[in-house]
Design a protein around this ligand. Structure first.
Ligand code: 5GP
Ligand code: ZN
Length: 136
């Protein structure tokens, strides 16, 4: 289902033109207009889901196989040295467009880009507590 006034619904379904590099029954993959690196693409489902939580499991299962195809193409055609997959859920996590999308960011030696976090230094007790919280 499409959502009114959702820009990625319109892009994914071809109502708004985009620099499309791949399309199949479920997804459109487009170039990001504000790329972190050359070839930065967004894999967008044609069906609307706000985020990963809302994405139907069957569609979620199609995401990585599609991404794998694009990843191979990026390596072959762009000769990138690496690839980051980034997927933001929620404003707090940096999501700005509220339609699920997977960032595919080819990386090049010395591209000067940073896709990083500050590593924490949890105690053994804290790690144990988190593990118990999540594993139960
Ligand atoms: P988010 O921050 O939600 O994970 O990522 C949104 C991404 O969509 C950003 O990298 C931004 O550059 C990109 N973007 C936003 N609007 C458009 C658009 O209209 N067309 C394209 N191709 N990319 C867009
Ligand atoms: Zn949408």
């Amino acid at each position: 289902m499409k959502k009114d006034n959702c820009i990625f619904c319109k892009i994914a379904n071809g109502e708004i033109p985009s620099k499309t590099i791949y399309e199949d029954e479920h997804f459109r993959v487009i170039l990001d207009l504000g790329p972190a690196a050359r070839g930065h693409a967004l894999l967008i489902p044609k069906e609307h889901a706000d985020n990963l939580y809302e994405l139907p499991a069957e569609l979620a299962a199609e995401v990585l196989p599609a991404a794998k195809k694009i990843a191979a193409k990026m390596r072959q055609k762009l000769q990138c040295d690496g690839l980051n997959l980034v997927q933001n859920n929620g404003e707090t996590a940096g999501q700005t467009v509220m339609h699920f999308h997977l960032h595919m960011i080819p990386r090049y030696e010395n591209d000067g880009q940073q896709i990083n976090w500050i590593p924490g230094e949890p105690s053994e007790e804290e790690l144990e507590a988190v593990m118990r919280q999540l594993a139960e």
